[in-house]
Design a protein around this ligand. Structure first.
Ligand code: ADP
Ligand code: MG
Length: 382
């Protein structure tokens, strides 16, 4: 009887892990910067030292009151880009196994989202998650070739601003962009999902990539598009969502096995609430669009978690774009980025509360039976 009970308990435990497996929340606190208003007396963040909360807990102090949060992982300010990547490399790897993966960075402007996702792509120490992920994917592809796997990789980069998609790899984004020429502005970027769960965005530039240096050049192009957009459309990068997508399709020559994975890496727009009274005109519209898409994202996550029949994917461009990659046979990780600057304590608390709600979710949708059966850990990168 005891053995039976133990077996049952283990089975239950595994089931829970399986259900919980689809969504993770990591918190990252950036270091203090020289412009921050902190001094020893105004420290607003501390980290619990008890064994069970270490590396997973964070305490926020507001008006002398302490509030504690726990996540799957908490990165302290000292954590390097490498430290962070080590924790997600397995997830990146699963895209090569045919999973659809989304990694988000959520937090107010200045909390370290772009540093986490992009960092300085040309610096060995400072490069962020996107460049590191790509390096790993190309390295692994090389090794898997010896086992008969042929992979095709395609990259797209887009920005969603005011519920409008902007293709960051389009050549019409260059400095010769002319808003009065219809061919430059008339693109619809209509989003469609096919029966196989593949997403198509009309007019979006998709580039076949074979090595990291190629992707690195694309980053340059995208960065230029973003800065051109900023001045021409009076838009700031912190007010738009940046979506990097790597589509991976693999075929094994000898077994004819096929996999189709997607890796979406998303630098979300700043989550800060602008005071409604202060914002007017474009600024107000912008804020409403951001609020709408961030709240749609959480609505979708919560609806998936509660296994609701209706998941409101269509309520925003971002969630509709990512629909096949959220829920189902997919894996989601959210970084909640937090600033230790005392004036940010209110926003930081909002971010942590939001993330804590996401973390409490157990997205437990039965795995869909597809022909693209994922293969587990054919190769693990240490
Ligand atoms: P966000 O994208 O959320 O607006 P950024 O990533 O631009 O924030 O970060 C704001 C500033 O803080 C930048 O100057 C960035 O270089 C710096 N920063 C953020 N996170 C870190 C970190 N972990 N280590 C060092 N500097 C960081
Ligand atoms: Mg940013």
């Amino acid at each position: 009887k005891i053995v039976e009970g133990e077996k049952l308990r283990k089975k239950l435990h595994n089931t829970i892990l399986e259900l919980k497996g689809n969504i993770r929340v990591f918190c990252r606190v950036r270091p203090l910067l020289s412009n921050d208003a902190v001094s020893a007396e105004t420290k607003v963040i501390s980290f619990p030292t008890s064994t069970e909360a270490q590396g997973r807990g964070i305490d926020m102090i507001q008006n002398g009151q302490k509030q504690s949060f726990t996540f799957d992982k908490v990165f302290m300010p000292e954590a390097s880009q490498e430290d962070v990547f080590v924790e997600i490399s397995q997830l990146v790897q699963s895209a090569l196994d045919g999973y659809k993966v989304c990694i988000f960075a959520y937090g107010q402007t200045g909390s370290g989202k772009t540093h986490t996702m992009v960092g300085k792509p040309d610096s060995d120490n400072q490069k962020g998650l996107i460049p590191r992920s790509l390096e790993q994917v190309f390295e692994t592809r090389q090794s898997l070739q010896n086992q008969g796997w042929n992979y095709k990789m395609q990259v797209s980069m887009l920005e969603i601003y005011n519920e409008t998609i902007r293709d960051l790899l389009s050549t019409s984004n260059s400095s010769s962009f002319d808003a009065s020429r219809p061919e430059h502005v008339g693109k619809q970027y209509a989003i469609k999902h096919d029966v196989n769960g593949n997403t198509h965005v009309s007019d979006l530039t998709i580039v076949d990539v074979h090595c990291y240096s190629q992707v690195s050049k694309l980053f340059g192009l995208a960065a230029e598009s973003r800065s051109v957009g900023k001045t021409q459309m009076n838009q700031q990068s912190s007010r738009s969502h940046f979506v990097f997508t790597l589509r991976i399709s693999g075929v094994n020559e000898s077994t004819e096995q096929q996999v189709q994975g997607v890796l979406n890496l998303i630098d979300l727009a700043g989550s800060e609430r602008l005071s409604k009274s202060g914002a007017t005109g474009d600024r107000l519209k912008e804020t409403q669009a951001i609020n709408k898409s961030l709240s749609s994202l959480s609505d979708v996550i919560f609806a998936l978690a509660k296994k609701e029949e209706h998941v409101p994917f269509r309520n925003s461009k971002l969630t509709y774009l990512l629909q096949p990659c959220l829920g189902g046979n997919s894996k989601t990780l959210m970084f909640v980025n937090v600033s230790p600057d005392p004036p940010s304590v209110g926003e930081s608390l909002c971010s942590l509360r939001f993330a804590a709600r996401v973390n409490a979710c157990e997205i437990g949708i039965p795995r869909r039976q597809t022909s693209l059966r994922p293969i587990d850990s054919r190769l693990s990168i240490g």
